[in-house]
Design a protein around this ligand. Structure first.
Ligand code: ADP
Ligand code: F6P
Length: 320
């Protein structure tokens, strides 16, 4: 009987629980022991684990966060920490580990698999910055949360004829900003992947819309761009429009996952366990054109994700 471990690592994301549920139920249904590892790689190093059963994952599919908790482990970044983690797997009889997390977590999985522990990565991050996968678990929920929050900010922005600069998460990626920005009808969207000219793309754009009657403005800024407060000040100084900044922050990481995230998480968790059953290779699971597939970790990490310029162009063309 194979024993597999499951952990969540890096920033948590809505849908991680649905993925854990899928892993646990698929594993047990396929005659495996499933061990829950708490606090990501930190818990693996310390052996903070428990055996999971079918009921351990009852009533969690709808819950945000992760019942296994998540962590960023500095110790695991060291070779010593990685060796301790691999040794702990051997001591606990864990044959393979399913790692639900982002790019950093997958780099960790690569190191662990080099030490002889099979690892399968499931993309779980609100940032959607995993190159091999069209979508990551948590992205859809985060975009919907941003959309709802911005709609609220817009109400008061309009009442006061103001401009709101709204900063959204994404680390160095602009996917949340781009798609939520399109969905809320932002006047301008600034993302790290595409160069912009603040004067032309924000100030001139606002002036043009003022000329055709617009009185309130929403500017969506990805956090990877820089200081949104100073951008707000520049806007106020150059246009005369009273401007406020809203940094949405961690509200974007919480909440009940959407249908799309629950389905994706269930599919990926199931695929990951089946792969562990049928082969001993380490890999990353991905969604491509509606299909769940797997790639070698090294191959997956070497890919670079590109932003959809058409969507960026569209958002700006219709927000004047
Ligand atoms: P995410 O997985 O969401 O990208 P992080 O970048 O914070 O989040 O990575 C999560 C954890 O993965 C880190 O705290 C660390 O323990 C591990 N990790 C990140 N990068 C590496 C690396 N280059 N080598 C080994 N482990 C890493
Ligand atoms: O990777 C997810 C994410 O929420 C990023 O969008 C953000 O930059 C980062 O994590 C915030 O991390 P922390 O919760 O450690 O402040």
């Amino acid at each position: 009987m194979r024993t597999i471990g499951v952990l969540t690592s890096g920033g948590d994301a809505p849908g991680m629980n649905a993925a854990i549920r899928s892993v646990v139920r698929t594993g047990i249904e396929n005659d495996m022991n499933v061990i829950g590892i708490k606090d990501g790689y930190e818990g693996l190093i310390g052996g903070d684990v428990y055996e999971m059963n079918l009921r351990s994952v009852s009533n969690i599919i709808q819950r945000g966060g992760t019942i296994l908790r998540s962590a960023r482990s500095d110790e695991f970044k060291t070779q010593r920490g990685q060796r301790k983690a691999a040794e702990m797997c051997r001591r606990l009889g864990i044959d393979g580990v399913i790692v639900i997390g982002g790019d950093g977590s997958f780099k960790g999985a690569r190191e662990l698999s080099a030490l002889g522990i099979q690892c399968v990565g499931i993309p779980g991050t609100i940032d959607n910055d995993i190159a091999c996968s069209d979508e990551t678990i948590g992205f859809d929920t985060a975009m919907n949360t941003v959309m709802q929050m911005v709609d609220r900010v817009r109400d008061t922005t309009e009442s006061h004829s103001r401009c709101s600069v709204i900063e959204v998460m994404g680390r160095s990626a602009g996917y949340i900003a781009l798609y939520a920005g399109l969905a809320v009808g932002a006047t301008a969207i600034l993302i790290p992947e595409l160069e912009f000219n603040f004067k032309i793309d924000v100030i001139e754009r606002m002036r043009r819309t003022i000329e055709n009657g617009k009185q309130h403005f929403v500017i969506i800024v990805a956090e990877g761009i820089g200081d949104s407060n100073s951008m707000a000040k520049q806007i106020e100084d150059k246009t005369g429009v009273e401007t406020r900044t809203t940094i949405l922050g961690h509200v974007q990481r919480g909440g009940s996952p959407t249908v799309r995230d629950r389905v994706l998480a269930s599919q990926m968790g199931n695929y990951a366990v089946r792969l562990m059953k049928s082969s001993k290779k380490s890999c990353i699971i991905a969604a491509q054109c509606g299909q769940i597939i797997d790639l070698e970790i090294e191959q997956a990490l070497a890919l670079e994700k590109s932003i959809d310029i058409e969507t960026y162009r569209l958002a700006h063309e219709i927000s004047i």
